[in-house]
Design a protein around this ligand. Structure first.
Ligand SMILES: Nc1ncnc2c1ncn2[C@@H]1O[C@H](COP(=O)(O)OP(=O)(O)O)[C@@H](O)[C@H]1O
Ligand SMILES: [Mg+2]
Length: 268
């Protein structure tokens, strides 16, 4: 088991009701510190849109939340579980691979580039993770998978291969695939950035529907219309820090920080 010198162990991880709690999260690649102390709490059912220029650390932060990246400082929890580590004595020990995989199953992640398995059909893409990570037979998870494909408008593509689908359809499959694991939390990293403009709307519609169903979501996006309409809170990152956050009407409508204003001018 790996140990981690930093961050220092808190006296009490203080069980609380937040779905995600980040306290002073730091992440470096070599000498390049890309997260410089991120504090963020996301409540159950909340939709948080994370905005900011390229290189500001948005993807890195999302990847830290499900321990795809190991943090170098601070602490992260999903509900009452510390992400990636357990406290033993006064040190943090990295959890076992099996524990990390089990916890990761609670968090769905959707990427810019879909990442479907090209050699598997749509339904096979949905059934794979429930089988591998949860030990569910295809018979067990198939009804849920079919229902999810109906919800994302792809009931007629059950047996199609990804290469026969448009980018927008592939992304909706990717969302259904993540939901098939029945996650508590969904992380989206620029889910519409790789799509032709005419395909963006269908994907955003699925995300709106998911938000309305009460899913807790953290969405990195440049779709300011979506952020304005759907986000409970908009968080602006710059240079590895949260510079400004609040309701969309405030952050997008009346930004207080010069950096936020400059960023919004650049994306509009
Ligand atoms: N695996 C990596 N190795 C080294 N540097 C990285 C890695 N991933 C990201 N970075 C650097 O971290 C910074 C933040 O990147 P990222 O989190 O992708 O920003 P964003 O998603 O906001 O565009 C960038 O300077 C990027 O070059
Ligand atoms: Mg990114």
């Amino acid at each position: 088991m790996n140990t981690m010198e930093k961050p220092h162990v808190a006296a009490d991880p203080a069980k609380n009701q937040a779905m995600v709690r980040a306290v002073g999260v730091r992440k470096s690649y070599g000498s390049n510190e890309v997260l410089k102390g991120i504090d963020l709490e996301v409540q159950p059912g909340e939709v948080v849109c994370l905005i900011g220029a390229s290189g500001s650390g948005k993807s890195t932060f999302l990847r830290c939340i499900n321990h795809l990246e190991k943090i170098n400082g601070g602490r992260l929890w999903i509900e009452d579980q510390m992400v990636g580590y357990t406290v033993k004595g006064h040190k943090l020990h990295e959890k076992t691979h099996a524990e990390i995989c089990r916890e990761r199953a609670n968090t769905g992640m959707v990427f810019q580039h879909f990442n479907l398995f090209p050699h598997l059909t749509v339904i096979e893409n949905l059934l794979l993770a429930p089988k591998m990570a949860l030990g569910q037979s295809p018979e067990q998870s198939r009804p849920r998978a079919i229902s999810l494909l109906e919800q994302v408008g792809l009931a007629d593509k059950v047996n199609a291969y990804p290469r026969h689908l448009s980018g927008g359809q592939q992304q909706r499959v990717a969302i259904a695939r993540a939901l098939c694991m029945q996650p508590k939390l969904m992380l989206f990293d620029e889910p519409t950035s790789a799509l032709d403009p005419e395909l963006v709307g269908d994907v955003l519609a699925v995300m709106r529907q998911l938000a309305a169903s009460g899913m807790t979501m953290i969405v990195v996006t440049h779709e300011m219309g979506f952020a304005r309409d759907v986000a409970d809170r908009v968080v602006f990152m710059h240079g590895g820090r949260i510079i400004e956050q609040g309701p969309p009407s405030e952050v997008l409508g009346n930004p207080q920080h010069e950096r936020t204003r400059a960023f919004l001018a650049s994306v509009r």
